[in-house]
Design a protein around this ligand. Structure first.
Ligand code: DOR
Ligand code: ZN
Length: 346
């Protein structure tokens, strides 16, 4: 196959950051996504509809004139998010969900939730107003090995939560394990998961054998190869519970290549070509469209995109680094190539 035309994709999980970074992040994702679900882990976080409204404005100001792109903002769940915050969010056109970060789990999560039990009224308000909950699914218990944190979160927190709020729509973000695949496959209705390109393409050997590759370090951390295989099977299965969410998250070279490096991979420059490689390798290119362009819209109860995108099968090189204000970001596949590129869009 030399080209493939699909319904125009979206990205259901991305970090755009703020300030000068927006000029790059927003315009990179807008080269291939019509909509993106934007994470709220700024500092300070996006906690209210007022915060979301001003962030939305800053994103739109950074977008090149004439480009069609709709950011869907998420609110950051904290120990003090109120029922009124939820009612306001549910009534807002620009807020599409609320993100749960267990406090300390990842980048800018210090303001995250420390006691989910005390948020029952808030979660009940989300369930009643049908506002989706997006979850970073890792326990933060220091006793738990970093490779087990997702599996134990599902067992200890997610499984009981999904039963306690049976109508609450939940997206388990950036899943990394066969355990997460099994949970989502067997879960009640209203439970879905996003999958990143890095978790489909790489495993922990790629990150750690022969030397540490800090640009592959993200959270949840890359797991063993058999988990990657389970994720590839889920993504290419055609099951609408699994859909695109790149988790593209820029960190500058100096904050990754240091004695305590940041977590995050930047993929907004080439996300669709990277996913296309996986689907091609799995002989499932006919299922790419569902994953990138249909299932997420359906789950979020938003219209499917009208336009199309054509992918061309052509080896395309990725630069060693991308300019980010005064610094640079080393993107996924830096200095190498991807087998597809984005062609015509309508
Ligand atoms: O690797 C990650 N980077 N995982 C996250 O959960 C957050 C993200 C970021 O904000 O950099
Ligand atoms: Zn993320």
């Amino acid at each position: 196959m030399t080209s493939l035309t699909i319904v125009h994709p979206d990205d259901w999980h991305i970090h755009l950051r703020d300030g000068a970074a927006l000029n790059r992040t927003v315009n990179d994702v807008a080269t291939w996504a019509r909509r993106a679900v934007v994470m709220p882990n700024l500092s300070p976080p996006v906690k209210t509809v007022a915060d979301a409204t001003s962030y939305h404005k800053r994103i739109m100001n950074a977008l090149t004139d004439g480009v069609q792109f709709e950011p869907l903002i998420t609110l950051y769940l904290t120990d003090s998010t109120s029922e009124q915050d939820i009612l306001d969010a549910a009534a807002s056109d620009i807020v599409c969900g609320v993100k749960l970060y267990p406090a300390g789990a990842t980048t800018n999560s210090a303001a995250g939730v420390t006691a989910l039990d005390s948020l029952k009224p808030t979660l009940a308000a989300m369930e009643a107003s049908d506002l989706p909950l997006l979850i970073h699914g890792e326990v933060t218990d220091p006793e738990v090995d970093v490779f087990d944190r997702e599996r134990l979160f599902i067992e200890r927190t997610l499984a009981p939560l999904s039963e306690a709020f049976p109508q609450l729509r939940i997206i388990l973000e950036h899943i990394t394990t066969a355990d997460a695949v099994d949970f989502v496959n067997g879960a009640r209705e209203g439970i879905a998961a996003t999958i990143t390109p890095q978790h489909l393409l790489y495993d922990r050997n790629d990150m750690l054998v022969g030397g540490i590759r800090p640009h592959l370090f993200c959270l949840p951390i890359l797991k063993r190869r058999d988990h990657k295989e389970a994720l590839r099977k889920a993504a290419t299965s055609g099951n609408p519970r699994f859909f695109i969410g790149t988790d593209s998250a820029p960190h500058t070279r100096e904050t990754k290549e240091t004695d305590c490096g940041c977590a995050g991979c930047y993929s907004a420059h080439a996300a669709i070509p990277l996913y296309a490689e996986v689907f091609e390798e799995e002989n499932a290119l006919d299922r790419l469209e569902g994953f990138t362009s249909l299932f997420g819209a359906d789950f979020y109860q938003r219209p499917r995109n009208q336009g199309t995108m054509t992918l061309i099968r052509e080896e395309t090189s990725v630069p060693n680094e991308l300019t980010f204000g005064d610094s640079v970001v080393v993107p996924l596949r830096a200095g190498a190539s991807v087998r597809w590129r984005v062609g015509a869009r309508s």
